[in-house]
Structures are given as C-alpha cells and as structure tokens.
Design a protein around this ligand. Structure first.
Ligand code: NAG
Ligand code: NAG
Ligand code: NAG
Ligand code: NAG
Ligand code: NAG
Ligand code: NAG
Ligand code: NAG
Ligand code: NAG
Length: 631
C-alpha cells in the first residue's frame, strides 16, 4: 500500500512537471569566437553530466555577511570560522532528493547518481540523447581550430520550472569546457594583469624631497599625503598578503635597492613570507613585464608596514598555456571552495597536476586549504567582467562573500583603462569585445571590481606641480577603472551613494552605453594615488603608474589599523564597504578628472561617490579613528 502511494505521488509529481513546462536556465548569446559549430553530437555518445545545486542559504548568508560587516549591527565583527561557513552552505537534503527524483523520472538510474563530498554537486554518466531530452536542448560538437580540440556543448538548456530553484548550473552545457584535453593545447592569455605603466627615470634625478611628490611617488610621499605612521609595527595575529600570479616574480635585489634609497627602516634582504601555491613558480626574467608588478606591490607593502611581515601568495607554475587564476588562489586559502559547485573550471582555471611538458610545471596535487588567509590581501590583477560566463563570475563572487563572513579584507585594483576593459577594449551589443583601443562600443567593466563583496581601489593623483597638501584629482596618466556591473545587483551599502550620484550628477549616457538602471553595483569604492611609484627594477629605479600601486598602499593602511585593533583586543576589520559607505566623511572627496574610454570621456569625478574615484581618497587619521571606535 505504502509503496503504491509513493509511486502515485511520484507520478503526480511527473505530470505536474510536464504541465508546468520547462524554463530556459542558461543561454549563450553567441558561441565564443574561437569555436565553430561542426555537427550534431552523436546521440549514443557517453557524457558525464554534473549538476551544481543551488546553495539555498545564499540569501541568508548574504544577509549575515552584511550584518557582520555593518557598523550599526549587533553582529559587527562577529566573524564565522571556516567550518561554520561550510555548514552554512551545504545543500539541504530536500534539494538533493528533489533533484534526484527529477533525474530518475528522466530515466537516470539513481544508483549511478553520485553526490560530491560537499553535498552541492550531483554527477552521473549518461548519453547525449538522454541528456538532450532531460535538458530540452541539442548538443553539438564545436571545434577550436587554433587549439585543435573539439567539445560537446550546447547554447541553451532548460530545466523544469519547479526544479529550477534547486539548480545553479549544469555541465557540460554552455561552458565549452575542455576537461581532459591536453594542458599544452589550452588557450593562452586567459588571465590578464593590469600591467602598470612604466617609465624609466634616467632623465630625472631621483627625487628625495616631498616637493617632488606630484612627479614621483615614494613611501615618504604616501606618509605625507595620507598621514601614515613612519613605520609599521609587528603585531602578533596581524597579517597582510599580496597575491601574484606566476610568471610575475619579485626580485630581492630590486627590493634591496629600493629600501636603500626610499625605505631605510627596512633592513637589506627583507623579503616576504612566501606561500607558494600550485607550484609557486618564480621566473628569473628581469623585464618590467615579469618583475614590475610584483616588485611594485612588495616595495610598497613591505616598505610601508615593515616590521609587520608581509605574506606573498605566489600562485601558479611555469605553464603559460594553463595559468593559475583567482580561483586557484582561493582554493589554497579555503579548502571548501575546491569542490564548491563542482570545483574550478577547466576552461579557465589552472587544473593540476600539469603534465610536465614544460620545465617548471607543477606536478603535485592542487593546493586546497593549504594556507590561512591573511587578514587583508591585495590583488593587482583583473580581467573584463564579461570574459567569463555569469555562473563563473557568481561562483567567485560568492567566495568573496564567504571571506567577508570570515573577516578577511579583500582588495583589488580597479583597472587602468577607464570605462573600457583590458587593453581598452569595449563591448559590442552582443557582448563580444571590440578590437583593442576601440573608440566605440559599450563600457566594459572590470572584474572583480563589479563583485559587491570586494573593495575596489581606483586611482588618483596630485594635480600637476601640486604639493602634498593639495586636493587630489582622478588619475591623470591613465583612466581609473570604474563603472557599473552588467551582472551584479546594487548592494544595499551602495544604494544611497548611487541614488545621490544619479540625482545630482547623472552622466547622461543611455542604456546603449552601459547599464544605467541605477540598480547595479558601481565601482570603485575609493581611490589612492597611483602616479609614478618609484620601484626597484633590474639594477635601476623606475616609475610605475596604475591602480596596481593603489591597492597595496591601501592594504598597508588597513594593516596598520588591524594591528592597532588587535592590540586593543579587537578583531580585524573584515569586509570594509558597509562601514566606508556609512562614513563618507573619512574620505577626501575627489571632484576633478575623468576616466575616458569607448569614444567617451567616461565618468567625471563629482561631489560624493562617483564611478571613477569612489568615495574619494582616504583620510587615514579619520579612517583609523572610525575603525578603532567600532567593536
Ligand atoms: C563516468 O565515466 C567515466 C569513464 O568511465 C568515469 O571516469 C567517471 O568516474 C564516471 N562518472 C561517474 C559520475 O560515474
Ligand atoms: C623637484 O621639485 C623641484 C621644485 O619643484 C624642482 O625644481 C625639481 O626639478 C624637481 N625634481 C625632480 C626630480 O622632478
Ligand atoms: C644587501 O645584500 C646583498 C646580498 O645579500 C649585498 O650584495 C648588498 O650589498 C647589500 N646591500 C646593502 C645596502 O647592504
Ligand atoms: C633563478 O635563479 C636562481 C639563482 O641563480 C636559481 O636557483 C633558480 O633555479 C632560477 N630559477 C629558474 C626558474 O631558472
Ligand atoms: C592556520 O591558523 C590556525 C589557527 O590559528 C593554525 O592552527 C594553523 O596552524 C594555521 N595553518 C597554517 C597553514 O598556517
Ligand atoms: C608645472 O611646472 C612646469 C615646469 O615648471 C611648467 O612648465 C608647467 O606649466 C606647470 N604646470 C602647471 C599646470 O602649472
Ligand atoms: C541592468 O541591470 C538590471 C538590474 O540587475 C537588470 O534587471 C537589467 O536587465 C540590466 N539591463 C541591461 C540592459 O542589461
Ligand atoms: C542612445 O543615444 C545614442 C546617441 O547618443 C542614440 O544613437 C541611440 O539611439 C540611443 N539609444 C537608446 C537605446 O536610446
């Protein structure tokens, strides 16, 4: 009797699914440029389907992360442990059983359905024909001529309406993933660095006085500009991390040359603590392209906070065809992320071990929870938000939210191409990129500035011939990265700032230029001077300009403040944005400058928050007093 009742219930479920119809779950507007559709996939071909289950606590977790980071909340600063975060996110049993039931009705033997350890992913083997019926789609074989590989993929797929809330994404579908193809054939240039603009200083004698801070930035200039202490202090429990992606590599001799002239409080041969991830490769190439970013970041992180140790997360090996990404770094500092939603994406992320075809490749297991996150970390790398599927961006952004729950401050440079993307590319109406340096197209927002759970640091500068006491302007020798997301909704902490921006300074572009609905995340959150930072390089001292300089400098400020908080028996400051937007008075507003791109002047800096310099440039004394006053 009971059995009969059960199967009747199942049959009712089935008919309601059929009647309810299916809804398109994910769709691609176009096939990625390098792929060509060849033919229908063979119906009998085997396919391993993976179903990423919705993390039903996501809204709840977002709420919690907001409260933990909001200065007016009773929960402010009450961070969760890594284990508490894992428990918060595991998919509930009913989500798993409902999804399994749908699969069984679609003809999948439930014995073959395997959940992953994190209980957020179901996997099973089937055929293309069964998968097509299940997902109401058509699979094709696509070929990438350049790489000589083929994948089975589709351009859209559907799931039953009542099952959709359970499902995040299904693979392989629209991702054009290439799991299992030889590493050596994978695409290159999948990760872009904000290459800081570089100029040699041969013609200019190296300045040593504050009178030259509008031309050349030194640690002394930053101290004078922001009222920073003359040196840091090593505080037990405090930490500061800089993230670099191989083959970008710092050079100790270059740091030494910098300390000798511009950071005399730092002893010769002071280096970072090195946390090597997925190979943690260092190159000996001495060009600005290889050394510039790492040297710049470490000169200023160490030069400002010493004797507080600085940790270098050196991410990835020597395989330019399969470089490491933010996700590989995040796996190493949070073991639960390694399998979250099925783990990293072989199409974009470093997948280890590598095959050893190139010397210096990493042959070990991927780093997963190997290191603790530092209280603050700064990353001066980025890509175009639109370069990856929305599901990929959302997964990574969720991880920054988890780091917020755990009390980690995540800082990223906002980009150096104004409202345009990497190499000044813009977006065509269908989402594809224009050629570099385009003077047309939609604005191309930078990743991860558009993720609401990070603090995006833009660029400012002193006015030409200005003194350290002058009001700063938006970056002048490049466009401070800024704009609005095409993916992420307006976070609550930014509602007021964005509404005021539009009410008083609507830039007047229509929806064909960018998402001007006032309902999306705007970036950056703040700005720090980014002009001509003197840096050691291959026996010389050179100058780099770019938001690459701003983020590590702001990280140093937060590290000073965390040290004082820890000495006062408090915790680290964690995710900063809700505090910063609640207290715009701790910033010196920037009201001059633009961030041009895509044939426009971009956004002008105006009174209040703006998508070029954010809330302005920090007034360190006020910021410190504010953050020290919080529980
Ligand atoms: C699917 O089949 C492949 C090849 O036989 C096997 O490696 C994989 O573990 C199977 N996956 C599942 C979920 O059973
Ligand atoms: C430094 O500033 C002084 C005074 O403005 C100027 O005369 C000198 O040329 C500057 N030096 C450099 C290296 O720019
Ligand atoms: C710093 O140390 C290196 C070797 O470790 C040495 O060659 C160099 O002379 C030292 N520099 C100073 C300023 O002491
Ligand atoms: C770089 O140089 C150091 C010192 O000579 C050496 O130990 C190291 O193996 C070199 N690294 C590479 C990748 O060649
Ligand atoms: C991470 O932090 C915990 C708690 O402070 C400590 O016990 C552990 O040793 C640390 N792990 C690493 C790899 O540093
Ligand atoms: C800055 O100083 C240089 C050299 O003295 C001068 O040529 C230039 O006009 C000045 N710029 C401004 C904006 O005052
Ligand atoms: C702009 O963003 C809003 C809010 O996320 C979204 O509903 C809308 O579809 C977006 N508009 C365009 C044109 O992408
Ligand atoms: C946006 O403005 C441009 C000219 O500035 C115009 O050509 C275009 O039709 C407008 N688009 C919309 C959607 O209003």
């Amino acid at each position: 009797m009971k059995l009969l009742t059960l199967s009747t219930a199942a049959a009712v479920g089935l008919s309601s699914i059929v009647q309810g119809g299916s809804v398109v779950h994910e769709r691609r507007d176009q096939v990625p440029a390098e792929w060509t559709k060849i033919s229908r996939a063979v119906p009998d071909a085997a396919i391993e389907l993976r179903i990423g289950l919705k993390q039903s606590n996501l809204e709840h977790a977002e709420d919690l992360a907001n409260q933990i980071s909001h200065p007016m909340s009773e929960k402010y600063g009450k961070f969760l442990t890594a284990q508490q975060v894992i428990d918060l996110f595991a998919a509930p049993q009913e989500v798993i059983s409902e999804t399994v039931q749908w699969l069984r009705q679609g003809g999948i033997n439930s014995k073959h359905i395997k959940p992953t350890a994190g209980r957020n992913w179901l996997k099973f083997n089937t055929t293309v024909a069964v998968a097509e019926k299940l997902l109401d789609t058509t699979y094709y074989t696509y070929r990438n001529e350049e790489q000589g590989v083929e994948v089975v993929a589709c351009e859209s797929y559907s799931v039953p309406e009542d099952i959709q809330p359970n499902i995040d994404l299904i693979m392989p579908t629209i991702q054009f993933e290439t799991r299992g193809r030889p590493a050596s054939s994978r695409g290159i240039n999948r990760r872009d660095t904000f290459k800081p603009k570089f100029r040699k200083l041969e013609s200019i004698p190296h300045p040593s006085s504050l009178a030259n801070c509008s031309q050349i930035t030194t640690p002394a200039c930053l101290r004078a500009l922001y009222g920073l202490p003359d040196a840091g202090e090593a505080v037990e429990g405090n930490s500061y991390g800089i993230v670099e992606f191989a083959p970008q590599s710092f050079n100790q001799d270059d740091l030494n040359a910098f300390y000798a002239k511009y950071a005399s409080n730092v002893p010769n041969n002071t280096g970072p603590i090195i946390d090597g991830i997925d190979g943690g490769y260092f190159s000996n190439d001495s060009s600005a392209d290889t050394r510039g970013e790492s040297n710049l970041d470490l000169c200023y992180a160490i030069g400002l906070v010493h004797p507080q140790p600085v940790t270098l997360y050196q991410v990835g090996d020597n395989d330019p065809a399969n470089p490491a990404t933010n996700n590989n770094f995040l796996d190493a500092i949070d073991g639960s992320y390694c399998t979250y939603q099925g783990g990293d994406d072989p199409d974009w992320d470093g997948i280890y071990p590598h095959d050893g075809e190139v010397s210096g490749e990493y042959l070990g297991q991927p780093d997963c929870g190997t290191y603790n996150a530092t209280k603050v970390f700064s990353v001066s790398y980025g890509s175009n938000e639109g370069d990856r599927p929305i599901s990929y961006r959302t997964r990574e952004c969720n991880e920054y939210m988890k780091l917020a729950l755990m009390g980690v401050t995540v800082l990223f440079s906002s980009g150096d191409d104004g409202v345009a993307g990497i190499r000044s590319t813009c977006l065509l109406p269908n989402g594809a990129l224009t050629p570099p340096a385009a003077d047309y197209g939609r604005f191309n927002p930078m990743w991860p500035g558009t993720c609401p759970w990070i603090t995006s640091v833009g660029g400012s500068a002193l006015p030409e011939n200005g003194t350290v006491n002058d009001k700063q302007v938006a970056a002048t020798d490049f466009g401070s990265g800024g704009g609005f997301s095409n993916i992420f909704a307006l976070p609550s902490y930014q509602t007021k700032a964005v509404a005021e921006y539009y009410a008083n300074h609507d830039p007047g572009y229509n929806s064909s230029v960018y998402n001007n609905t006032q309902q999306v995340r705007g970036f950056p959150d703040l700005a720090v001077t980014s002009h001509s930072f003197i840096t050691g390089l291959a026996g010389d001292l050179v100058a780099f300009s770019g938001t690459s300089a701003a983020s590590p400098s702001f990280g140093a400020m937060i590290t000073f403040i965390n040290g004082e908080r820890i000495k006062n028996g408090k915790g680290s400051v964690g995710f900063l944005n809700p505090v910063l937007y609640s207290h715009p008075e701790v910033f010196d507003d920037i009201t001059e400058g633009v961030n041009p791109g895509c044939g426009t002047d971009g956004f002008p800096a105006v009174e209040g928050w703006d998508p070029i310099t954010g809330l302005g440039t920090p007034n360190f004394a006020k910021l410190r007093d504010l953050l020290l006053s919080l529980p």
